[in-house]
Design a protein around this ligand. Structure first.
Ligand SMILES: Nc1ncnc2c1ncn2[C@@H]1O[C@H](COP(=O)(O)OP(=O)(O)OP(=O)(O)O)[C@@H](O)[C@H]1O
Length: 306
């Protein structure tokens, strides 16, 4: 049964009135309406609702009024050129920074949100077990920590120091450290960016498996369009601080990179990325209109029909 979602606001509110009612007005929604994510099965995911989110640093506007709704259990990938504001968006979602305007809201009060970065950020003076159990009461840590380590394929490595692990293994530990808290929202800030190609694909599969099993909502920032298409229900493109593309990926999972429809979708998104070169200090893309989105959607649909 479909229940309306009541959104709970986090961070500062500037310029927008009460949220709960506005969030459900069909006509008020920017982007696709929140429908349940189709991959995650565990029902653990939380809905996310961003309205007119703005973020400035020292008077320079980095995010210029983002509207984005994410359904519970949905997997969203954010792509865009370096410096377009992807990590800033994740930090706002994580509550690590406050918005300069607009609002960030979740479908539940105080959901469990975890974030994973490109570097593992493990504490080098603590063994793997202690790193994964950080923040858990000692009495409760044992079994969940062991289970999380087993999930990421490192059941035997708990007694080791982070320094003796490979980069990929350290990221697995970082993933286990997030999993142990059973997150409702998992934020992934280019977590596989420093890994070799093979390890990267293995980690992508692991993340997808865990997402399907646990059902958390996932927001992945990545420079890799293939990675975005392989994992996400929707690929969002940010350009000059604005969302200029919100593309639903309807390919069956697991997704075969070599498949013609995958390749065409990748080409379409890449060409969209390359269409508008960076223009520092320029507010938005005046020459970008609905037509561009329609064009890409057409390309995508043709690709999916193949
Ligand atoms: N704490 C900060 N103080 C000042 N400027 C900041 C701060 N954090 C981010 N910025 C600026 O905001 C812009 C967006 O940064 P952000 O890290 O979100 O980009 P990004 O899209 O994630 O880039 P990349 O892909 O290179 O990681 C950049 O111009 C950056 O210099």
């Amino acid at each position: 049964m479909h229940h309306p979602i009541e959104f709970h606001e986090v961070g500062a509110v500037v310029g927008l009135p009460g949220i709960a009612s506005a969030a459900h007005d069909a006509g008020d929604s920017a982007g696709p309406a929140a429908e349940p994510g189709r991959g995650g099965r565990g029902g653990r995911g939380v809905a996310v609702d961003l309205r007119q989110v703005r973020k400035s640093y020292a008077g320079r506007e980095v995010l210029k009024g983002l509207d984005l709704r994410i359904a519970p259990g949905e997997f969203v990938a954010i792509v865009g050129r370096s410096g377009c504001g992807k990590s800033t968006l994740l930090r706002l979602l994580a509550g690590l920074e406050g918005v300069s305007g607009g609002r960030v809201a979740f479908g539940e009060e105080a959901p469990e949100v975890r974030i994973m970065f490109q570097d593992s950020r493990l504490l080098p003076w603590k063994r793997v077990l202690a790193n994964v159990g950080l923040g858990l009461p000692a009495a409760r840590a044992g079994s969940p920590v062991a289970q999380a380590l087993a999930k990421v394929g490192l059941a035997e490595r708990g007694g080791e120091w982070p320094a003796v692990l490979s980069g990929g293994q350290r990221q697995r530990v970082a993933l286990a450290r997030a999993l142990v808290h059973d997150p409702q929202l998992l934020l992934l800030d280019e977590p596989l960016g420093a890994l070799d190609a093979l390890t990267r694909i293995e980690m992508q599969q692991l993340i997808e498996d865990l997402w399907r099993e646990r059902g958390f909502t996932a927001v992945l920032v990545t420079h890799d369009v293939q990675e975005a298409i392989a994992l996400a229900d929707r690929v969002i493109l940010i350009e000059h601080g604005e969302i200029t593309l919100d593309e639903r990926i309807d390919l069956p999972r697991p997704r075969a990179r070599g498949h013609a429809s995958f390749a065409r979708l990748e080409e379409a998104i890449l060409s969209r990325l390359l269409l508008h070169p960076p223009s520092p200090g320029h507010a938005g893309d005046p020459d970008f209109g609905q037509g561009d989105v329609s064009l890409l959607r057409t390309v995508g649909q043709v690709a999916w029909a193949v």
